[in-house]
Design a protein around this ligand. Structure first.
Ligand code: PXG
Length: 454
């Protein structure tokens, strides 16, 4: 393996056999993938030796940054003691018992039970099964439809993608019946002249309307990312989430929050639900749970659902070989310890989150920028054809890719969602990292404007 020294050779070996996720295979095979060889702190390094500032924390997940020896040690020590054993047949392991106690304590009140999986997608599939099973146990099996939102992302298995609101995914065999979608509270597109309070009321009414259309007797649950991540960092207006939770309660519909991105400090709070004052029936966790060092996800199950499952459910025929993996649990525990010891959440809330917002704010005067928004360590810069309106580019998405590629060439990983430039850096990002990220983002936007002759 080490005999191969040229990037082109690695690219060719990779391209011959590897079908990467969310990839246009023909295009990638022509140009070759960037080969990432190592990472440390806030930087990744590729096989040509480029160091790239990772303003996406991997894929919204490396909350404590790269190169954490504590996590390496936690994994290797656990591997030496007990690398694996299943939890299927009246067995468990010590790290998972401790982690479960810890998660029950950390998450909002009432979420006292936890089911483990390996990805956010699997966790959300678990939720779909559990929710429908719950209503059957309640004697209301017709309550089956789960309402999500357009631009919502809940994973890529057939069910989790059907629950999400990505039309392109639905069109590729992920359009299972039993799901419905409502418009998200996406102020940039839909607020118009409404005040924030009126927009919150209007956006919440879209859920109420959908429930009326389907009939509350047929609706099992409503699922929402408190801040929509892959949909473009859509931050709801104040009051919206409280209103949709109240609508769910009024119609006896379970309220599910997907905190796969927003969990574990990204918003400057342990969970966005804490900031917004939510009491969900279930919560999806992944990504920041282990900072991406090893795969692990979790479903926090509220007392109402858990009590029913425990009392009347009998055996729940559901689980994965690696549900409650001891190594993942050991890494998760060490990761939570770092977040706590280094006060990363307080730092995002009180210092770096506001600093990022202030640093990004001047960009709104750029001729190409229609809106800048951020919350904790989540940010979006919307690129537009014309600020008045705003008028979006047609087709949407090409300009975002141009800008992203300029950012990468300039030494920073940034995501493009449609024509929104997205950042979701590690929670360890300091003020100097933020300055550097904003400098490169501004340079990338300037170069994009020059390309477009704006
Ligand atoms: N829920 C949310 C809110 C997510 O962001 C998942 C569930 C699914 O997790 P897994 O572990 O199954 O991927 C996610 C994942 C992107 C992108 O393009 C975002 C995710 C995954 C892949 C790409 O920004 N988020």
């Amino acid at each position: 393996m080490t005999a191969i020294t040229h990037t082109r050779d690695w690219q060719q070996i990779d391209a011959r056999h590897h079908l990467a996720p969310f990839t246009d295979y023909a295009a990638l095979r022509k140009n070759g993938a960037r080969v990432i060889t190592q990472a440390d702190g806030h930087y990744i390094t590729d096989s040509d030796g480029h160091r790239i500032l990772d303003a996406m924390a991997g894929l919204w997940c490396v909350n404590v940054g790269y190169g954490r020896q504590q996590l390496v040690d936690a994994a290797s020590q656990q591997m030496a003691v007990l690398p694996y054993y299943n939890n299927f047949f009246k067995t468990t392991n010590q790290p998972i018992a401790v982690l479960s106690e810890r998660l029950a304590a950390l998450t909002p009140e009432g979420l006292n039970n936890v089911f483990y999986a390996n990805s956010g997608s699997e966790a959300n599939d678990t939720i779909i099964r559990m929710v429908r099973h719950f209503w059957t146990l309640q004697g209301q099996p017709e309550k089956r439809v789960i309402i999500g939102r357009e631009y919502g992302y809940h994973g890529s298995t057939i069910l989790s993608a059907s629950m999400g609101g990505m039309v392109g995914m639905h069109q590729q065999a992920a359009d299972v019946p039993g799901f419905a979608h409502v418009r998200p509270p996406y102020g940039f597109l839909y607020q118009g002249n409404l005040s924030e309070a009126d927009f919150a009321t209007t956006a919440a009414s879209w859920l109420e309307d959908k429930i009326t259309e389907i009939g509350a007797d047929n609706v099992a649950a409503f699922v929402a990312e408190p801040i929509q991540g892959a949909g473009g960092v859509i931050i709801p207006p104040a009051g919206y989430l409280t209103k949709v939770e109240a609508i769910c309660r009024a119609h006896d519909i379970l309220f599910i929050v997907d905190e796969v991105i927003t969990g574990f400090g990204r918003t400057g709070h342990w969970f966005a639900s804490d900031y917004y004052g939510l009491n969900p029936d279930m919560m999806t966790l992944a990504k920041g749970l282990t900072s991406g060092y090893v795969p692990m996800s979790a479903v926090m199950v509220g007392d109402r659902v858990a009590d029913k499952l425990i009392a009347d459910g009998g055996e729940f025929y559901h689980g994965f070989t690696y549900s409650g993996h001891p190594v993942a649990a050991a890494v998760a525990l060490a990761n939570l310890q770092i977040i706590e010891d280094e006060k990363l959440i307080e730092r995002v809330r009180d210092d770096t989150g506001p600093y990022l917002a202030t640093a990004l704010a001047p960009l709104v005067d750029h001729p190409l920028v229609g809106e800048v928004r951020s919350f904790g360590m989540l940010a979006a810069i919307e690129l537009v054809k014309d600020k008045a309106g705003p008028v979006l580019f047609d087709p949407v998405g090409d300009v975002g890719v141009i800008c992203r590629d300029h950012a990468i060439a300039g030494g920073m990983m940034m995501r493009a969602v449609r024509d929104g430039m997205i950042m979701s850096p590690p929670l360890t990002f300091g003020r100097a990292d933020i300055d550097e990220a904003v400098r490169i983002a501004t340079m990338a936007i300037d170069k994009t404007a020059a390309d477009l002759r704006i």
